[in-house]
Design a protein around this ligand. Structure first.
Ligand SMILES: Nc1nc2c(ncn2[C@@H]2O[C@H](COP(=O)(O)OP(=O)(O)OP(=O)(O)O)[C@@H](O)[C@H]2O)c(=O)[nH]1
Ligand SMILES: [Mg+2]
Length: 297
C-alpha cells in the first residue's frame, strides 16, 4: 500500500480546518470565522482500501495559522505549524489572496522555500473570489516556482476537494498502514469535546475574550445511558468571566446547550455537560498553564 503524512498550512482563517473536514467528510477540526481558531496540530486519517487503485492511507495534519505571535501561546501555535514542514511527505499551503496582498503569505512562502518537501498550493474560497482575481492569485504564485500543483477549491462546498486528495496521493510512497481502517482521528474524544466547547465560545463571544479561553475537561464519566462531562472554562480576566457567563447566565447556557448537542451527536449518547468559569490571569504567557492545557511540546 501507499501511505504518508501531509500537513495543511497557511495564514489564520484561510480555511485549513474546513479543508481537513471536507477531505475526511467528517468534522474533526473546529472552524470559526475568527482567526487563530486552531491551536494544536489536528490529525485526520484518510483511508481508501480495496478500490481499483492501490490501497492508500494519508494522514492529514491541520495546523494553527502561522502569524506573528503576541504571546507564548501564539509562539507555540506558529512553531507547531512550522515544525510539521520537515516531518511530512507533502505540504498543502492554503491561501485566499494574492501573494502581494500582505506580509503574511510572503513570510510563509520564504519558510517553505527552505524545505525540499513537495508543495501543493490550494487557492481556497473560490466561491467568493472573482475569476480575474483568481487568475492574478494563480499567476503570482505560479511565478515563484515553489509549487508542483495549484488547485482552486471551495472547502465549504467541497468543490475540487477530490483534486486535492488526488494531488496529495501522488506524493505517497510505499509504506505501512499507520492506523486502523475505521479511524478518522487519533485524538481522544475528550480532546474533541474540549474543542467543541471552545468552538461554541469562539462563536458566541467577541473581540479578545474568546482568544483568551482554554478548556480543561475535569471529569468524564461514561455510563450506558449518559456521559457526564465536567469542563472548566478558563479566561484571562475577571471582566471576561462576567461576559462569558452573561446576564442571568444566559450566554454560558447557550454555549453549553449548543456544545452539548454537538457532543451528543459525536458520541452517540446522551450527555450531561456541566461548565464552570475560572480566571487565570495571563495564562497565555505562562509556561506552566500552557503545558497544563496541552499547548506545549
Ligand atoms: N466562502 C468560503 N468560506 C470558507 C471556505 N473555507 C472556509 N471558509 C470560512 O472561513 C472561515 C475560516 O475557516 P477555518 O477552516 O476555521 O480556517 P483556518 O485556516 O483553519 O483558521 P485558523 O484555525 O484560525 O488558522 C470560516 O468561517 C469558514 O467557514 C470557502 O471555501 N469559502
Ligand atoms: Mg483552523
Amino acid at each position: 500500500m501507499k501511505s504518508g503524512f501531509i500537513s495543511i498550512v497557511g495564514r489564520p482563517n484561510v480555511g485549513k480546518s474546513t479543508l481537513l473536514n471536507a477531505i475526511l467528510g467528517e468534522k474533526i477540526a473546529i472552524t470559526t470565522d475568527k482567526p487563530q481558531t486552531t491551536r494544536n496540530s489536528i490529525r485526520g486519517i484518510y483511508t481508501n482500501l480495496g478500490q481499483k487503485d492501490e490501497d492508500l492511507q494519508m494522514v492529514f495534519i491541520d495546523t494553527p495559522g502561522i502569524h506573528k505571535p503576541r504571546n507564548k501561546l501564539g509562539g507555540f501555535m506558529t512553531e507547531t505549524a512550522i515544525g510539521t514542514f520537515k516531518e511530512v511527505d507533502a505540504i498543502i499551503f492554503i491561501t485566499d489572496d494574492k501573494l502581494s496582498a500582505g506580509p503574511g503569505d510572503k513570510y510563509i512562502l520564504e519558510l517553505l522555500k527552505e524545505v525540499s518537501t513537495p508543495k501543493i498550493l490550494v487557492i481556497n474560497k473560490i466561491d467568493k473570489v472573482d475569476p480575474n482575481m483568481y487568475r492574478e492569485i494563480y499567476e503570482e504564485y505560479d511565478e515563484t516556482g515553489v509549487f508542483s500543483q495549484i488547485i482552486g477549491t471551495s472547502a465549504t462546498s467541497g468543490r475540487n476537494v477530490e483534486d486535492v486528495i488526488r494531488a496529495a496521493a501522488g506524493f505517497m510512497e510505499r509504506g505501512p498502514m499507520y492506523f486502523p481502517e475505521d479511524m478518522v482521528t487519533d485524538h481522544p474524544e475528550r480532546f474533541i469535546v474540549s474543542e467543541i466547547i471552545r468552538e461554541k465560545l469562539l462563536l458566541y463571544l467577541q473581540d479578545e475574550v474568546p482568544h483568551g479561553v482554554a478548556i480543561e475537561i475535569e471529569s468524564y464519566k461514561e455510563t450506558p445511558k449518559i456521559t457526564r462531562i465536567g469542563a472548566v472554562i478558563y479566561c484571562e480576566k475577571k471582566s471576561h468571566k462576567g461576559i462569558i457567563i452573561g446576564k442571568d447566565g444566559r450566554k454560558l447556557k447557550g454555549v453549553g446547550k449548543s456544545a452539548r448537542e454537538e457532543i451528543e451527536a459525536l458520541l452517540g449518547t446522551k450527555v450531561f455537560l456541566q461548565t464552570w468559569v475560572k480566571v487565570k490571569e495571563n495564562w497565555r504567557d505562562s509556561d506552566f498553564a500552557l503545558s497544563n492545557f496541552g499547548y506545549k511540546e
